[in-house]
Write a protein of this length. Sequence first.
Lengths: 74, 132
Amino acid sequence: MFEGLFDAHSRIWHGNFVHTADIEAEAICSQFSVEVTPKGADQALRYENCNRFYLRDGKFTRVFVYMSGENLLK
Amino acid sequence: MQYQSALNREQLTELAIHSYFGNVDKKNLDQVLDCFHDNAMITVQTAFTTHAGKEEIRRMFIDFMGAYKTIIHKDFSCTVDESNGRITACFTAELEDDDGNWTTLQNTNFWRIRGDRFQEVYIYMSGENPLV
């Protein structure tokens, strides 16, 4: 999935993060903006996404992604 | 934007799940609006739709409550950031229209609380936006 994402785009940027961090529940929900430029394209695509991360022992066990446009993670 | 809130973990959960969603499901419009500041904002981020100010939010809820005879929000999983006055919940929304057609959504809400009420609400939906 990540190989597909990296191969398909010449630029990938994530920023404007706002986190809801819950140490007790070992979870973090993050809102952020995404800009990706498909290879061969002149203009970037802009997304406003969120991720819900659930962790155990400092690593992700489940990650849920909401995208404001077409799914980039196939 | 970062806001000041003194609500603890239990109070944040009570506001978002019981005071807000509990009253949305009962169509208690005034109690729902009591959860918001006058200049609050709701953005459905997956539909690029924003309702700014309590009057716009009131109009949106009147239309939403009128469009569905049954509104159910359930199966909440909350992530609470007490030190920053933020709470997130993922949940199932089940909506029945007047013709008996059901719509099911798996959504996530982000609330930013100023004082003891919502200042900003962001909604990410798994399907078409019914909050128009």
